[in-house]
Design a protein around this ligand. Structure first.
Ligand code: PLP
Length: 383
């Protein structure tokens, strides 16, 4: 049933069966560290909970189903998931990554894994063919994030997959911003898809979690080995929370898209607003690719002010009443952030501004509150 039914049905049912001992419709929170064995080595597939836990197994199957993947694994955070993926590599191996990567990924690549001899190149992937400039005989992996943070750049996943296939490289796509509802990278030729499930997948800003999906049996086996060996696994309570959050992913995403469009259009028509970054605009530089590889344009939007003033951006962000000033994204509640002082503060001003992250840039994670309340809130805050 799981592969044949449609997205919303799978979001609610995939990987889940009534509990065999009681008939409980919800997968129980198996709050246990170990499992009793009949005789040494004779057990029902569960020996120790770092390796496997039934609540986590249900969640992994559900996420895999939504990514049209054969295999899914969950990790204790998005960063834990990415850490496991990079551990597939060996010293000397090279990675070509998107140049405006999530700050935490950039930090892990440059501050942790560079020290273990893995080499990272950061490439402008507006045209996927630009990846070719960084290829050599040591390249093992292409790492893509699309849409990017905070400028909502779109990268052509199929175009990247073509190069990866040609050269026998792994293509990893961080699908956090789109969620499996809007984009399925494995269907477009990616080898591995990774998520911060903290964001849209969980959807309620109440848990930190990561996920990795693949159709490749060997890669899955290696990742499961790394997960069990290194131990960045999520607990059963967190797995339950994400399993519950996932049941409304399709409904939430539909509303994120409706609100996102309304707010992007409102901002664009506002006299005090300069640029609005949202892949749904027909003049977005890669709008045609977004239309081809995404089912909708989501609720992530960034914008700048005509005054170009940091003070004005700060004042705006502190005047909103429905949008809360906070890091993170993808929850039911709307958030506003100031990348230059928050997520991108570690990047030198000159380099930051060159990439478009100017002092007046604000980023919105548009939630699923009533559209009019959100528009009104921004109208009042912009003044
Ligand atoms: C948040 C985020 C991560 C990291 O995930 P955590 O769950 O916070 O560890 C990775 N990639 C993207 C795009 C993110 O937004």
């Amino acid at each position: 049933m799981e592969q044949k039914s449609r997205f919303g049905t799978r979001a609610i049912h995939a990987g889940q069966h009534p509990d065999p001992s009681t008939g409980a419709i919800m997968t129980p929170i198996y709050q246990t560290s170990t499992y009793v064995q009949e005789s040494p080595g004779k057990h029902k597939g569960y020996a120790y909970a770092r390796g496997k836990n039934p609540t986590r197994v249900a969640l992994e199957a559900c996420i895999a189903s939504l990514e049209n993947a054969k295999h899914g694994l969950c990790f204790s955070s998005g960063q834990g998931a990415e850490d496991a993926i990079i551990k597939l590599l060996r010293p000397g191996d090279e990675v070509i990554a998107t140049d405006d990567l999530y700050g935490g990924s950039y930090r892990m690549f440059t501050k942790i894994f560079s020290g273990f001899g893995i080499v990272f190149h950061f490439a402008d992937m507006h045209n996927a063919s630009n990846i070719r400039n960084y290829l050599n005989e040591k390249t093992r992996m292409i790492w893509v994030e699309t849409p990017t943070n905070p400028l909502m750049k779109i990268i052509d996943i199929s175009g990247c997959a073509k190069i990866a296939n040609e050269k026998g490289l792994m293509l990893v796509v961080d699908n956090t911003f789109a969620s499996p509802y809007l984009q399925n990278p494995l269907d477009l030729g990616a080898t591995i898809v990774t998520h911060s499930a903290t964001k849209y997948i969980g959807g309620h800003s109440d848990v930190v979690m990561g996920a990795v999906c693949t159709n490749d049996d060997k890669i899955h086996e290696d990742l499961a080995f790394i997960a069990n060996s290194c131990g960045a696994v999520p607990g059963p309570m967190d797995s339950f929370l994400v399993l519950r959050g996932l049941k409304t992913l399709h409904v939430r995403m539909q509303m994120h898209c409706i609100n996102g469009k309304a707010i992007a259009e409102f901002l664009r028509s506002h006299p005090k607003v300069d640029k609005v970054y949202w892949p749904g605009f027909s003049d977005h530089p890669n709008h045609e690719i977004a239309k081809r590889q995404m089912r909708g344009f989501g609720g992530m939007i960034s914008f700048t002010l005509k005054s170009h003033s940091m003070e004005d951006a700060f004042a705006l962000a502190s005047r909103t009443r429905v949008f809360s000033l906070a890091e993170s994204l993808g929850g039911v509640e709307s958030l506003i952030g100031h990348p230059a002082s928050m997520t991108h503060a570690a990047i030198p001003k000159e380099q930051r501004e060159k990439s478009g992250v100017v002092d007046s840039l604000l980023r919105l994670s548009v939630g699923i509150e009533d559209t009019e309340d959100l528009v009104e809130d921004l109208r009042n805050a912009i003044g």
